[in-house]
Design a binder for this molecule. Structure first.
Ligand code: FUL
Length: 688
């Protein structure tokens, strides 16, 4: 049975008291529950993966881990709360138990917990510390409890369901208010299982008897939303990149979905226009490649442009954003992650600092359902008032006229979701030289839709709902002029030596120098790829032509081009070791790469970029480097070890005494994992 939430009823009553007595539109089912409405307002909250895997350098522990390994040295939940709060996030969800079964609280259900760890002499309770830190900071607190337990001997039998439910009871009883309970879809497989060390498969549809588990949550934490592929309250967005879809419905054909179903991402995750239940999407993504901390990913924290894409493609596409921090072995959010998050926060704050739809704006509509639902309700800054059309009118336009010309590049629209999600298609037009010109076109709006657009200058703007499930209910329209994203340009070199630069913001101009001087608007303007055929140092900057502001200067020290380089021997894809592309790799069964550079050069060193894949194989640990003038007689110029390459697989530079050579031979004497040596990119350092 559907129930209209209190807040919606209130709005209905309020509107019927209005003088024009125009009734509010009827709800279009499904509609959100009160707990879902409260959750929707949060928009943005933090995920923390911190557990046994942090100490074993794993993503999925087997369950056989020794609890004594769990021993954070500087654990500080207060630091997590500060970082999350400063970023404008509204809560933290913690992996109370991941698939390996280790419990972060002193549970009565198993010995495989913090009680058996050295942390605070076995008297610690990480969950309590986090719950308290959240409360103190005014943050919501949520728990991730993995249904799959690779440690528990009973996993796969009914006895485990009792254990699982008891764990849930403990978490939902002893730690105050919980806003979200997170159930993972990954279930069943190999594991330790109390020493059985076997594979245990479960019927994901029936094994957990979810209906009765959910009852426990409703009873103990009636305000908590339950997350899972099938909800019931909040659904997985279907990928781990943090992207919702251009068309994202909060409606889901919930009864067709179950947790962990293989076809979920492809078939169900964007939601359905005619979905039967309100189950909005939550986009979960880690700030690093892994969910858990690995020192070797310290250099792989997502960049500002990547984080911005995540923000706009989740919150801007009718989903909430659950951004994960792999807390490190100390028990802290790592400095690199904090630094990137702060950049994101500053940029988001800057982008949305000033809503251009202010009081001076004249608003008119092609149609409305009376004064209480006039166009002005979409720009009054209130979330419980909205512009709507008469029953049966599923399209209509709202026009904003500005006193002065404005320039904007962000458009935000919101529907009044307590009455259901309605908009199916919309178009945005701006008046330019007296003519209406299409600026953008979209499908769903939902709770919030944000479009990033090229800058538009205009005095009038028209937002038209082209089609909707019923009378559209638009509660908010906003415009912003986000400052340009001024970050250092990214460089890409081709094997030919051709160099190109790019910036994530199309509206900035790139300038560069080749003589070591600081680039300015007077320097060389980058227009098309440039040929760099000599060792050179390029200094490059992004500049906003309007404000005159510029990014930091990027410095690229380029050596000789590889245009005439050839791999001698090796398989067909050996070229990938010298193609100037770190994302392509060559794996050599011979553990060796031999290159003919085409001419003789004065070499003084070489560079090695290990594979940058999430799961690395064949990373070279110890090496020998030899050179030759004729490819026949060889001279060893370097040998050694790439210190710390396991934890820090970044570009390695090795110098040696200057030697003239046309050929080089780079051999691995040992790889980290014993697999054949792999090369993402190999280069040389020449004497100038
Ligand atoms: C996945 C899990 O298997 C990962 O380890 C991680 O917890 C992620 C959030 O969900 O399904």
């Amino acid at each position: 049975m559907y129930r209209i939430p209190l807040i919606a009823l209130l709005a209905l009553q309020l509107s019927s008291c209005n003088s024009d007595r125009q009734p509010a539109p009827e709800p279009v089912y499904p509609i959100p529950s009160e707990r879902q409405l409260a959750w929707q307002d949060l928009e943005y909250y933090g995920f923390v993966h911190f557990n046994m895997n942090t100490f074993t350098n794993m993503e999925w522990g087997t369950g056989a881990e020794d609890p004594s390994l769990f021993n954070p040295t500087e654990f500080d939940a207060g630091q997590w709360a500060r970082v999350v709060k400063d970023a404008g996030m509204k809560g933290i969800i913690i992996t109370a138990k991941h698939h390996d079964g280790f419990c972060l609280w002193p549970t009565t259900t198993t010995e495989h917990s913090i009680k058996a760890s050295p942390y605070k002499g076995g008297k610690g309770d990480i969950i309590q510390e986090i719950a308290e830190a959240c409360r103190a900071a005014g943050l919501k607190f949520g728990v991730y409890l993995s249904p799959w337990d690779r440690n528990n001997e009973h996993y796969g039998t009914a006895a485990y369901i009792d254990v699982f439910r008891e764990q849930l009871r403990e978490l939902l009883t002893n730690y105050g208010e919980v806003f979200e309970v997170w159930f993972d879809g990954a279930n069943g497989g190999t594991g330790y299982y109390g020493g059985a060390n076997e594979e245990r498969r479960v019927d994901k549809k029936s094994y957990y008897d979810w209906e009765n588990t959910f009852k426990i949550i409703r009873e103990l934490q009636p305000n908590a939303v339950i997350f899972g592929d099938a909800g019931p309250d909040v659904r997985w967005v279907g990928n781990e990149h943090g992207f919702a879809y251009e068309t994202t419905w909060s409606n889901l054909m919930r009864d067709s979905v179950y947790g962990g179903m293989p076809e979920y991402s492809e078939m169900y995750s964007p939601g359905q226009e005619n979905g039967t239940h309100w189950v909005p999407a939550e986009a979960d993504v880690s700030i690093r490649p892994g969910w858990y901390y690995h020192e070797y990913e310290d250099h792989k924290v997502k960049t500002l442009p990547q984080l911005l894409d995540i923000y706009y493609n989740s919150i801007g596409r009718n989903a909430s954003l659950l951004l994960n921090f792999p807390v490190d072995k100390r028990g802290l959010i790592h400095e690199n992650d904090v630094a990137q998050l702060q950049k994101l926060t500053a940029k988001i704050n800057e982008d949305f600092a000033n809503n251009l739809v202010g009081k001076q704006v004249l608003v008119s509509t092609s149609v409305d359902r009376g004064r209480s639902y006039s166009g002005s309700k979409a720009i009054d800054g209130k979330s419980d008032t909205f512009w709507s059309t008469p029953d049966g009118e599923v399209s209509g336009s709202l026009t904003l006229e500005f006193k002065e010309e404005i320039s904007f590049n962000r458009f935000m629209a919101q529907e009044y979701i307590p009455l259901g999600q309605r908009v199916k298609a919309f178009v945005l037009e701006a008046q330019v030289d007296g003519e209406w010109q299409e600026v953008a076109r979209g499908t769903t709006v939902g709770y919030k839709r944000i479009l990033r657009l090229p800058s538009v200058k205009t005095k009038a703007l028209r937002f038209t709902v082209l089609d909707a499930k019923a009378s559209p209910t638009i509660s908010n329209l906003a415009l912003f002029d986000a400052p340009k994203l001024l970050i250092e340009p990214v460089m890409q070199r081709e094997k030919s030596g051709l160099v190109s630069f790019s910036s994530p913001d199309d509206e900035v101009v790139i300038y560069y120098t080749l003589d070591g001087s600081q680039p300015t608007a007077e320097s060389l303007k980058y227009q098309e790829p440039i040929m760099v055929s000599e060792p050179s140092e390029l200094r490059v900057v992004s500049l906003d032509p309007q404000s005159g502001q510029s990014s930091e200067v990027a410095v690229f020290a380029l050596d000789i081009p590889k245009a005439n380089w050839k791999v001698v021997g090796g398989s067909e894809n050996a070229i990938q070791a010298i193609d100037e592309n770190d994302r392509t790799n060559y794996t050599a069964d011979s553990n060796r790469l031999m290159v003919d550079m085409g001419s003789t050069y004065p070499l003084s060193g070489f560079t090695y970029m290990p594979v940058q894949n999430r799961y690395m194989s064949g990373v070279i640990k110890t090496f020998v480097f030899e050179v030759s003038r004729d490819g026949v007689s060889w001279q060893q110029v370097a040998e050694g070890e790439f210190g710390n390459i396991a934890n820090s697989p970044i570009l390695q530079r090795v110098s040696f005494s200057p030697t003239d050579a046309r050929f080089f031979r780079f051999s691995a004497t040992e790889t980290l994992d014993g697999n054949p040596a792999s090369f993402a990119e190999v280069g040389v350092i020449t004497v100038k």
